[in-house]
Design a protein around this ligand. Structure first.
Ligand code: MLT
Length: 397
């Protein structure tokens, strides 16, 4: 037998595993020190009451033979109507009309970012931004695809635009962006849609952070741009929107109008999901369906405002220190330039050792991330405040 040797081309460990390992090593060497983690984008606010109530009710249904449920309905790849209806309604509020058959519920956007590749040939060329959420890159390395990079730099505001000289078949875009926090305007996205349509390419649009958009010029869905349904798949998550990082639920939109090689991609993805996936638990689906209810929307907005408050604290701290950064406005991430010319990992060590604050080194997201560092606003208010005080005290010296 032969192993998939593409795996040998990957870095030894996934970025966030390396950060977690280094943090654990520091903690075991310094058990007396209290470490604050503003590294991985994991939420800290509890699930909102509307979601909890819906999940409790679903648990009770599962406890009664008359209302118990096994596998989800086959019709929409194991997603229940209540959830699909609520997702359609949330899109309608953004001015986007979707049919239930265009929505596929899954255990989260991270899985779908990689799994969606099953429906594309390995001969396709992939374009990813640099810096990039490592999942887009690593999953394509695993599959052995040719990868091109679109440079995201200070010069283009970390928002690379299409380059007509580059021929890509699959394009990953994430807006608001992980890791840089930069967000495309509708006009900028229209240029990508135009590029994809002219090149017969497909955009894989990661909208995991859409609820953080405050700038009215920025889209919350790529389908707000005309023609996007003919060239884009949208990957959505309840993790950052509704605190589902530990619950696990997301959804992917594959429009009926998206056809490549004469084949509707919706059919291929439905076939893939019905074969390799058995759906998300009923309890989770009912919790997710409550997210976009009137009450749920109001409650999650409060949580998102809380994280925005954290982002403001970090921004104020960086402003006070005269440190350049981007993000934090339409995004829970702040992307800062490492002070004193330090590399990303030097600054990681410096902050951990001297302030016991953990962030994510920019170079872990790609070569253009070198010299940058990412902090997340998903911590608790108290920890964010204390982390800012420690950073300010350390860097003012
Ligand atoms: C991150 O910190 O980049 C995210 O939490 C990772 C993820 O959503 O998988």
């Amino acid at each position: 037998m032969k192993i998939n040797e593409n795996f040998l081309k990957l870095k030894d460990s996934y970025l966030f595993s390396t950060v977690a390992r280094k943090t654990a090593e520091y903690k075991s060497a310094h058990p007396d020190k209290e470490v604050i983690r503003l590294s991985i984008g994991d939420v800290t606010r509890p699930l909102v009451p509307a979601v909890i109530r819906a999940m409790h009710a679903a648990v009770d249904e599962m406890a009664d033979a008359a209302t118990f449920r096994g596998y989800g309905p086959d019709r929409y790849c194991y997603a229940y109507d209540a959830l699909l209806d609520s997702i359609c309604a949330s899109y309608a509020r953004k001015g986007v009309a979707l049919q239930k058959s265009e929505i596929f519920v899954s255990d989260g956007a991270k899985s779908d970012c990689g799994n969606i590749l099953d429906i594309f040939s390995v001969d396709n060329t992939v374009l990813v931004p640099d810096p990039v959420y490592p999942v887009y890159l690593d999953t394509n390395v695993m599959a052995g695809r040719r990868i091109l990079f679109a440079d995201a730099t200070e010069k283009n505001g970390f928002l690379p635009m299409p380059d007509a000289r580059m021929k890509a078949d699959i394009i990953y875009l994430c807006s608001p962006n992980n890791p840089t926090g930069a967000a495309y305007t509708r006009d900028q996205l229209a240029e990508w849609v135009d590029y994809a349509r002219r090149n017969d390419a497909v955009i894989l649009y990661d909208a995991a952070y859409e609820y953080f958009v405050t700038d009215m010029r920025c889209a919350r869905s790529i389908y707000e741009v005309e023609g996007a349904k003919e060239c884009a798949i949208e990957l959505c998550s309840y993790s950052k929107t509704a605190g589902f990082t530990g619950v696990r639920c997301g959804y992917t939109v594959v429009p009926e109008a998206l056809v490549r090689g004469g084949v509707p991609l919706n059919r291929l993805w439905a076939r893939r999901q019905s074969t390799k996936f058995n759906g998300v638990s009923y309890i989770t689906q009912m919790g997710a369906a409550a997210v976009f209810s009137e009450e749920g929307e109001r409650e999650i907005a409060e949580n998102i405002d809380y994280y925005r408050g954290n982002a403001q604290l970090i921004a104020d701290c960086l402003d006070g220190l005269g440190i350049w950064y981007t993000g934090g406005k339409n995004s829970p991430y702040l992307w800062l330039k490492c002070p004193h010319g330090m590399t990303s990992w030097q600054f990681f060590d410096f902050l951990l050792e001297n302030a016991q604050v953990v962030g994510t080194p920019g170079s872990g997201f790609g070569k253009n991330g070198e010299g940058f560092f990412r902090l997340t606003a998903f911590g608790t208010r108290e920890n964010t405040r204390r982390a800012c005080e420690r950073i300010a005290a350390l860097l003012k010296k």
